[in-house]
Ligand binder design. Structure first.
Ligand code: UDP
Length: 246
């Protein structure tokens, strides 16, 4: 992992990956995309982009389709997973549109080639986009069924030599020892190790993603995306969050 070096604008981070779930784009609706929420998150990304930080993004697809749901309803699992991956491409395109509306140059890069829609994933090309300060949204997960976008986020963050993964959560500002939405006594960790997350079965990311982050010594910063300016604040070391580390 590359050592963070200070930038002119108050953060030690040079290149990061922001992971958000598809559900974070739903706002208060029950399905799909809520354009004002997409625009709000795009604005959060824009403020960090203005700090000079290079930004990768991975967006889930759970607001549209999850493979497990499809297979529970009798669909073949791999087909259902491909549908889930296609859902992430739709979310990525929506985010690209919102970011470009704000003047932030953005590329959608898909693990499954679909040339008329977005770029295929070519690592060196993606690195070049980042160096040119374009936001790169990695879509279609890892391109393989039986994985999730959490694993895709860890994989791409490692390949792009990001210094950390930022998990922007809806309704929760870190990792707790139990669900803070149902248990008012739930305790938030400031820092926790990968092994403790796995041992305690805490819901940060799925286990394969945590193990991959551990093996690549990639810190995971869990924070709330609900606070305006939250992402920028966290990058400057302010606000509440949990760091998952080695
Ligand atoms: N998916 C997959 N392989 C991947 C990434 C995603 O098969 O590498 C499928 C899987 O069916 C998953 C869906 O895409 O349920 C949506 O991704 P995810 O559940 O990670 O979205 P999130 O929960 O973050 O919204």
């Amino acid at each position: 992992m590359t050592e963070p070096r200070p930038t002119a604008t108050g953060t030690t981070y040079r290149r990061v990956l922001l992971k958000i779930s598809g559900e974070a784009l739903m706002g208060d609706t029950k399905f799909g995309l809520h354009p004002p929420t997409v625009q709000r998150i795009a604005h959060e990304v824009q403020t960090v982009h203005e700090m000079g930080v290079e930004i990768c993004m991975v967006i889930g697809g759970g607001n549209i389709f999850r493979g497990l749901q499809g297979s529970a309803q009798g669909m073949e699992r791999t087909t259902a997973d491909y549908m889930g991956m296609l859902a992430t491409v739709m979310n990525a395109l929506a985010m690209q549109s919102a970011l470009e509306e704000l003047g932030v140059h953005t590329r959608v890069i898909s693990a499954i080639p679909m040339d008329q829609v977005c770029e295929p994933y070519i690592r060196r090309r993606a690195v070049r986009h980042l160096e040119k300060k374009r936001v790169c949204i990695f879509a279609a997960g890892t391109g393989n069924p039986y994985f999730t976008t959490d694993t895709a986020a860890t994989l791409r963050a490692s390949e792009m030599t990001c210094e950390a993964i930022f998990m922007g959560k809806k309704g929760v500002d870190g990792v707790y020892d139990s669900d803070p939405l149902t248990n008012p006594d739930a305790k938030r960790f400031d820092r926790i190790t990968y092994d403790d997350v796995l041992m305690k079965n805490l819901k940060v990311m799925d286990a394969s993603a945590i193990a991959l982050a551990r093996d690549n010594k990639l810190p995971i910063v869990v924070f709330s995306l609900d606070e305006p300016g939250g992402f920028r604040g966290i990058l400057a070391g302010q606000g509440t969050y949990t760091v998952v580390h080695g």
